[in-house]
Design a protein around this ligand. Structure first.
Ligand SMILES: [Zn+2]
Length: 245
């Protein structure tokens, strides 16, 4: 068992507003390949900017579409891990918990998290590339992007591509939660992707206790309470330490 600092256990028992901020490391523990790791076989010869930029989609929509359809099929084989379930467990005990994720999968939803804030969108959502209208999910073997009923534009995944700004609504929701949080967890993220990495810093500057769960060092090491190890091990033990069963 991990010996958690008393300060943290007591803070969690007293807390109402906890903010979770998760990154690729949490999905990787489920075996979900990262963007680059997914670039195998046919896809190995492409550069990321040929698959994940608005320019690439404008130039060659079918190739970009097929890449995301392939990634959707990869995602279908992956299940949430104990870290996702532990976060959903926090939400069940502390209803004002807010979950902000940089991940574009839906593993938090599958674990039971009600409404994760997706800062970078989700590969499972679609929108019109032209007018932005939300579009429905389609079978993951459809090889060409459907057309928008409203404007005839092409369907694209509703995720943030390289060179695109973060969508305003989730960003503002995440910032508001950061300003109110009593405790903020930064989990499985290198804390180097901006502006997303500002979320835990804003929470800390507003007075929250910053807790980091990561196997590797990050820029947050000097300012966080660090729990070294995989989130899928640390988080379930933390739940048990705070609320012994
Ligand atoms: Zn449209």
């Amino acid at each position: 068992m991990i010996d958690f600092p008393t300060e943290l256990v007591e803070a969690l028992r007293a807390a109402k507003r906890v903010l979770f901020f998760t990154g690729a490391g949490v999905s990787a523990e489920s075996g979900l390949p990262t963007f680059r790791d997914a670039q195998t076989g046919l896809w190995a010869s492409y550069k990321p900017q040929d698959l994940a930029t608005p320019e690439a989609f404008a130039r060659d929509p079918e190739t970009v579409w097929r890449w995301y359809q392939w990634r959707r099929r990869v995602h279908a084989d992956v299940a949430p891990n104990p870290a996702h379930h532990a976060i959903a467990g926090f939400e069940a005990r502390l209803p004002e918990t807010v979950l902000v994720t940089q991940n574009v999968d839906r593993l938090h939803e599958l674990a039971g998290s009600a409404a994760p804030i997706h800062l970078h969108g989700s590969v499972f959502r679609n929108k019109c590339a032209q007018c932005g209208t939300e579009m429905p999910e389609v079978p993951h073997d459809l090889e060409t992007p459907p057309r928008c009923d409203t404007c005839g534009g092409l369907c694209r995944p509703d995720i943030v591509w390289f060179g695109e700004a973060l969508p305003q609504e989730p960003w503002h929701a995440a910032m508001a939660a950061a300003q109110r949080a009593e405790i903020v967890f930064s989990i499985g993220t290198s804390a180097t992707v901006h502006p997303a990495a500002r979320i835990p810093l804003v929470a800390r500057d507003a007075g929250a206790l910053l807790v980091q769960i990561n196997p590797e060092p990050t820029p947050f090491d000097k300012i966080a309470l660090n729990l070294r190890g995989p989130a899928g091990v640390v988080l379930p033990e933390l739940v048990e330490a705070v609320w012994p069963s």
